[in-house]
Design a protein around this ligand. Structure first.
Ligand SMILES: NC(=O)c1ccc[n+]([C@@H]2O[C@H](COP(=O)([O-])OP(=O)(O)OC[C@H]3O[C@@H](n4cnc5c(N)ncnc54)[C@H](O)[C@@H]3O)[C@@H](O)[C@H]2O)c1
Length: 256
């Protein structure tokens, strides 16, 4: 998979799957724009890539901010000529039953996980429609099946899955050379999972973890690098006949 000459933007790239994806894209030859709301984490990833001889820059981007999307994409086009790859990766999760979810919590999850994917996708299409591109929206197995303790997360990730198909069809109808696909990881050992568990009592966290592990046929969570390989594949020309598709990497979770 060669991504030489490609310019890629990854959101939520300071840690976890986003960081691993930046490393995968850079190793394949892309110039990587590492973006995150967390400047310290994002700068660390970009600096580290540059020290390793790869091409990377950090740009701060709160994915919920429409104006920032416009500024960052315009900055990328001005500095690097174009944007070829967008990975809509930033996301959050909160573990609680539907009766305990608040409207504020519901809105926060859906704003970051779903509304922001719309903002980024729309902005990318505006610059990709002439020169071509690939957009990968990071959904989840939780966009395909339900979990009793993830109501807002399920809703947000299901929205990303369906939105991806809508946009893929729109680009194909218009004749835009843009592919749009969704990635559906199972559980991945990242700060998202450890952070969500840390907000539960010890016994609830243990019960959630045991239930999840028992549901994974392979018996373990994924490493972020395993998921990044799938994202880089979808972003690359090796996936040239894929659009509106979903790639599931879940250790067998949804096979039951
Ligand atoms: N970890 C999992 O088990 C898992 C499974 C399936 C899907 N996913 C999805 O993969 C994506 C990445 O997950 P992760 O586990 O690496 O998460 P993470 O919590 O480890 O990292 C998420 C990153 O997003 C950033 N972020 C949060 N809000 C932001 C905002 N408003 N603007 C910009 N950046 C913001 C954070 O600063 C952080 O760097 C998410 O969309 C998540 O829902 C994760």
């Amino acid at each position: 998979m060669s991504l030489e000459t490609k310019v890629a933007l990854v959101t939520g790239a300071g840690v976890g799957i986003g960081e691993a994806t930046c490393r995968g894209l850079a190793a394949a030859g892309a110039l990587v724009v590492v973006s995150d709301i967390d400047q310290v984490a994002g700068n660390r990833v970009a600096d580290d890539l540059n020290k390793g001889g790869y091409q990377a820059v950090f740009m701060r981007l709160d994915v919920c901010d429409e104006a920032q999307w416009r500024e960052v994409v315009a900055d990328i086009v001005a500095r690097f000529g174009s944007l070829h790859i967008l990975i809509n990766n930033a996301g959050i999760a909160n573990i609680c039953g539907v009766e305990d979810e608040t409207l504020a919590g519901w809105r926060k999850t859906n704003t970051i996980n779903s509304d922001a994917v719309f903002l980024g996708t729309r902005e990318a299409i505006r610059v990709m429609k002439e020169s071509g591109g690939s957009i990968v929206n990071v959904s989840s197995i939780e966009g395909i099946v339900g979990d009793p303790m993830l109501p807002a997360y399920n809703a947000s990730k299901g929205a990303v899955r369906a939105f991806t198909k809508s946009v893929a069809l729109y680009c194909a109808d218009k004749g835009y050379p843009i592919r749009v696909n969704s990635m559906h990881p199972g559980y991945v050992a990242t700060p998202l999972v450890s952070g969500a568990l840390s907000r539960l009592s010890d016994s609830d966290a243990e019960a959630f973890t045991q239930r999840v592990l028992a549901s994974i046929p392979m018996g373990r969570m994924a490493e972020a690098t395993e998921i990044a390989k799938g994202i880089v594949f979808l972003a690359s020309d090796d996936a040239s006949y894929m659009t509106g598709s979903e790639l599931i990497m879940d250790g067998g979770y949804t096979a039951r």
